[in-house]
Design a binder for this molecule. Structure first.
Ligand code: NI
Length: 446
C-alpha cells in the first residue's frame, strides 16, 4: 500500500506540472480571434481582431479600435436620412517574417459618397526580445535613414511621372524626410521594401495613398540583411482530394457555405466533423485573413472543400468606385493563389451586393437559407433553421468564425444525413448538369 502511494504521488505531481506547462505554452502560442458583426437600420459594422495575450500589443490594438468605434458611432448618431447605410470595417492583417510580427489594423468607414475613408495603424513586434519596434530597428546604421529618405523621394517622384501626375517636390520631401511618423507603414515583400504613404502625406488627398516598392538591390546598405525576404520561395503544389460523384445521385443535395473566415480555431472544429458525414462544404474567405490562417485554409482545400472569394476587406462593393471594387477582387484572388496555388472560381460579395460596373469574372454565389447565425450565436437555432428549410439544391449561409455556427452545422448534418448529400457549390453544379456563368447570381442550384 505504502509503496503504491510512493509511486502514485510523484506521477500525479508530474502530470499536473506537465499540464500546467502545456497550458502556459498554449497560452503563449494561442491567438484568439474576436469577431463582432452588427447590422442595424442606420449602420452595419464588422470588427475582426486577434488577441495575442501580450499586453504590449493588445492594449494598443484595443485602444485604437475603441477610439475609432466611438468616432464612427458619433457620426451615426448625429446623422438622419442617410441615403446608404453607414459602414464601419476594422480588419487586422498579421504577417510573421524573420522573427517580426507585422500587424496592420485597417479601419475603413463609409459615411456617404463614393469612397470609404481609410486609416491604418501598424505595429511591428520583435518576438524574441518581446518589444515593439519601428523603422529604425530594420536599418543598418545611423546613416541608413538618410539613404532611405533619398530612395523614397526618388521612387515617389518616379511613381508620379509614371502615372502622369505632377507632385510638388517640396511636399514630397516633407512627406519622405527621415522622421518616424513618415515611415509608419512598411512591409517587406518578395520584391523589396514596400512603403505606404497616407493620403496628403506626399501629395493631395485626391491622389490617395501612395505605395512604392524599393527593390532590395538598392537597399544593400540601408536594410539589415536578415530582413531581406528570400524571393525564391515557390508556392507548393497542392493536390486536393477529388471524389467520384457518380455515387451521389440518389439523394437530395445541399450546399453548406461559410463566410468571413478562415479562422484557425473554429474552422478546424468544422473540418474535423465533416468526414463523419462524407461532407464537403464551401468557404468564402476574406483575402485579409488567408495569410494568418493559411494552414487551415490549405487543409480545407486539400480535403476537397471549395474555396471561394468573399473579397479582401468585406466592403460594400455597391458604394465603391470601380478601381477600388476591382482591387477588392483581384487582391483576394492573389492572396488565395499564394496559399493554395489556384484562383477561386466563385465569389460571394459582402452583403450580397454587387457593383454593376465591374466584371467579377466569376459566378456570384448567394444563398437561399439564411441561418442568421452571427446574430443569435446559438448552435441549436442554427441547426433548427437549416433542418426546417432544407431542400434539394439549397445554399445555406453561415460563418465559420463562430463556434456556435460550425457546431450547429454539424448538428444539422447529423439530422439530415439520411436524406441529403452535403456537397460543394462546384459539385452541386456538376451533379445537376448546370454550368455556372460569370457575373450571374445563384441563390440555389437546380
Ligand atoms: Ni460576410
Amino acid at each position: 500500500m505504502k509503496k503504491a502511494v510512493k509511486i502514485i504521488i510523484p506521477i500525479i505531481v508530474i502530470i499536473i506540472l506537465a499540464a500546467f506547462t502545456y497550458f502556459l505554452f498554449l497560452r503563449k502560442q494561442l491567438i484568439k480571434e474576436v469577431s463582432i458583426i452588427k447590422n442595424e437600420e442606420k449602420y452595419s459594422l464588422k470588427i475582426d481582431y486577434p488577441i495575442f495575450y501580450n499586453k504590449k500589443i493588445d492594449d494598443k490594438i484595443k485602444k485604437y479600435i475603441n477610439d475609432n468605434k466611438k468616432n464612427f458611432m458619433k457620426i451615426v448618431d448625429s446623422t438622419n436620412n442617410a441615403t446608404s447605410k453607414y459602414n464601419l470595417l476594422i480588419q487586422t492583417e498579421v504577417h510573421k517574417n524573420n522573427g517580426i510580427l507585422y500587424i496592420t489594423i485597417l479601419n475603413e468607414t463609409y459615411t456617404g459618397g463614393a469612397h470609404y475613408i481609410k486609416d491604418y495603424y501598424n505595429l511591428y513586434y520583435d518576438i524574441e526580445n518581446d518589444k515593439l519596434v519601428d523603422i529604425n530597428y530594420f536599418l543598418k546604421d545611423e546613416n541608413a535613414f538618410n539613404k532611405l529618405y533619398k530612395l523614397a523621394h526618388y521612387h515617389v517622384i518616379e511613381y508620379a511621372s509614371s502615372t502622369n501626375k505632377n507632385f510638388d517636390d517640396a511636399w514630397v520631401r516633407r512627406g519622405t524626410e527621415p522622421k518616424l511618423e513618415n515611415y509608419s507603414y512598411f512591409t517587406f515583400t518578395n520584391k523589396g521594401l514596400k512603403i505606404i504613404f497616407k493620403p496628403y502625406q506626399v501629395a493631395s488627398y485626391a491622389d490617395g495613398e501612395i505605395k512604392i516598392t524599393i527593390p532590395y538591390e538598392e537597399l544593400t546598405d540601408v536594410i539589415k540583411d536578415r530582413f531581406v525576404v528570400n524571393n525564391n520561395k515557390k508556392v507548393e503544389k497542392l493536390i486536393p482530394e477529388i471524389r467520384d460523384l457518380s455515387k451521389y445521385q440518389d439523394k437530395k443535395l445541399i450546399a453548406f457555405t461559410f463566410d468571413d473566415g478562415p479562422n484557425t480555431e473554429t474552422t478546424k472544429i468544422l473540418l474535423d466533423g465533416l468526414s463523419k458525414y462524407d461532407a464537403k462544404v464551401t468557404f468564402f474567405v476574406l483575402g485579409n485573413r488567408v495569410n494568418r490562417h493559411n494552414e487551415i485554409l490549405k487543409r480545407a482545400y486539400l480535403e476537397g472543400n471549395q474555396i471561394g472569394s468573399h473579397t479582401y476587406n468585406h466592403k460594400n462593393l455597391k458604394v465603391l468606385d470601380n478601381v477600388s471594387a476591382l482591387n477588392e477582387i483581384n487582391d483576394t484572388n492573389n492572396a488565395i493563389k499564394s496559399i493554395i496555388g489556384v484562383n477561386p472560381k466563385i465569389i460571394r460579395p459582402p452583403y450580397g451586393n454587387v457593383n454593376k460596373n465591374i466584371d467579377m469574372a466569376m459566378p456570384i454565389v448567394l444563398w437561399n437559407i439564411d441561418t442568421l447565425d452571427w446574430k443569435y450565436r446559438d448552435k441549436n437555432k442554427v441547426a433548427d433553421e437549416i433542418v426546417k428549410n432544407a431542400h434539394d439544391g439549397a445554399i445555406v449561409l453561415m460563418h465559420d468564425i463562430y463556434k456556435s455556427s460550425v457546431e450547429g452545422a454539424l448538428m444539422a448534418m447529423e439530422r439530415l444525413k439520411d436524406e441529403y448529400y452535403f456537397v460543394t457549390i462546384e459539385e452541386m453544379a456538376a451533379l445537376k448538369n448546370i454550368k455556372l456563368e460569370n457575373n450571374s447570381k445563384y441563390f440555389n442550384i437546380k
